[in-house]
Design a protein around this ligand. Structure first.
Ligand SMILES: Cc1ncc(COP(=O)(O)O)c(C=O)c1O
Length: 458
């Protein structure tokens, strides 16, 4: 009899705790003033999260002196890794001139020009403080423009923490109904049941089921919001025909198509829409465009976005820190450096990573999958390709939790759900190092995988 899941988890957790006395003390102190010791649910993991002292390039050092190769990059937002020298310089120069003014300034125009020039769907753009806010405003403008109220989203799609978007993000599939009639399930307690009445949910990559819902409800649907690759659901790639179908059917029925590119804008200089050559009406952005500072943005066709022109007096969009000078300086430095060459470079690293993972599976006799595209991937403990949220939710996700803590004990930081993203300061040797530790961690887990998921062993 091989080692059991719980036994191996206990061993890895014990090592994690032994190596991190300072993080443990920081966590206990933080818990006295912050619920769960942090101010962001997604950073928590058992037994307690590591506390970081500093980051530089592709690496971070925690408060116990452990050096960590960062494949998480603050949930994909740090395309140039930590403390990039050009971003640090841009921010340092700007802060001496002021951080925010009750007036527009040139840096906003400059960053807007870069994004308008690069992203095909964007004629006009507005800045906000987070991806959540960007999506909230995209929805509002879709309602204002179409005069309709409902929103269509995919099951498993994450678009931030506003009530309507907290619908069917990570539902228990046993409670979520049939794919033909997906039940809208709140992600969190406290989400307004009334808000969810405006939400319709369809399975990703499913033309026929999506068509049926749209044909039945098009008179009420203002917009469909979708991530071209479903990121937090497990880097599920689209059939290009599905995206093209969405473009056609939404146009036919006067529904605005919103691409949430908060994460996937990294795929090319023109984002995922240029990569797949499907152009939405509205695009939302965040994460990388702020160079490591809080940001969001939403933009689209001129006839839609001009509703926000104060001279039109049609819509209101304000925010004390919208387009603040620090975010604009960091964002401009970041996007200037994230040119064609940089995109190719991180995508090549991603390719090396993906091929390396497949090679490990083959070496260890594992019948598993790796999903994703470009510079962002997910380890999937499943013996079939994943095409929608339910495919990932029915994989052996618990094994990712064990892999995560095992990797962290080896100085490799991915996301607990198995996501790895590349950054420009990473070298091929860093990716190779990550892969060799991944191989060792999976090798150690073989007995457990055999017990928990025998179908994954060839
Ligand atoms: C696809 C997507 N949209 C929106 C958001 C929300 O962005 P923020 O965390 O900046 O509010 C996220 C955050 O992870 C995201 O992954």
């Amino acid at each position: 009899m091989g080692i059991k899941f719980d036994e191996l988890l206990k061993i890895e957790m014990a090592k994690y705790v032994d190596d991190r006395p300072n993080s443990k003390a920081c966590f206990e102190r933080a818990c006295k003033v912050l619920p769960g010791g942090d101010t962001r649910t997604a950073t928590f993991f058992y037994p307690f999260p590591h506390f970081i002292e500093h980051g530089k390039g592709a690496y971070m050092t925690d408060v116990d002196g452990n050096r960590i190769l960062d494949f998480q990059n603050n949930y994909t937002s740090l395309i140039h890794g930590h403390a990039d020298k050009d971003i640090v310089e841009a921010v340092s120069n700007q802060i001496k001139l002021g951080s925010a003014y009750t007036a527009p300034f040139e840096l906003q125009t400059k960053l807007a020009e870069v994004l308008v020039e690069r992203i095909p769907s964007i004629d006009l753009i507005r800045f906000a403080n987070s991806g959540t806010e960007a999506n909230m405003h995209a929805l509002r403008i879709a309602r204002a423009f179409t005069g309709k109220a409902k929103i269509l989203k995919t099951e498993g799609g994450y678009h931030g923490t506003t009530d309507v978007f907290e619908a069917s993000v990570d539902p228990n599939i046993k409670e979520a109904g049939k794919l033909d009639n997906i039940k809208v399930i709140p992600e969190s307690r406290g989400v307004s049941a009334n808000a969810l009445k405006d939400v319709l949910v369809v399975p990703f990559n499913d033309v026929e089921r999506t068509r049926k819902v749209i044909e039945k409800n098009h008179e009420d649907i203002a917009c469909m919001i979708i991530e071209p690759i479903m990121g937090s659901a497990g880097q599920i790639t689209p059939d290009i025909d599905y995206l093209k179908f969405l473009r056609e059917i939404t146009t036919k029925f006067g529904i605005l198509l919103i691409f949430d590119e908060v994460v996937m804008a990294r795929l090319s200089t023109g984002g995922a829409q240029k990569f797949y050559d499907v152009i939405p009406d509205i695009t939302t952005l965040g994460k990388i465009i702020g160079g490591g500072t809080p940001i969001g943005a939403f933009g689209g066709r001129e006839d839609i976005m001009k509703l926000y022109d104060p001279r039109e007096k049609k819509m209101y969009h304000s925010g004390t820190f919208n387009g603040n000078a620090i975010g604009m300086a960091a964002g401009l430095a970041t996007m200037t450096k994230y040119d064609e060459n940089a995109v190719c470079y991180v995508n090549e690293l991603g390719d090396i990573f993906k091929k390396g993972v497949l090679n490990i599976y083959q070496k260890l006799g594992l019948n598993m999958r790796v999903s994703g595209e470009g510079s962002i991937y997910n380890i999937i403990f499943k013996d079939e390709d994943v095409r929608n949220y339910r495919d990932v939710a029915s994989s052996h996700e618990v094994l990712n939790k064990l892999l995560f803590i095992s990797l962290l004990n080896k100085g490799i930081f991915d996301a607990e759900r198995g996501m790895f993203c590349m950054s420009t300061p990473m070298k091929e040797s860093d990716v190779d190092y990550g892969l060799s530790e991944l191989e060792e961690a999976l090798r150690k887990m073989l007995g457990v995988i055999n017990e928990e998921a025998p179908e994954l062993i060839n």
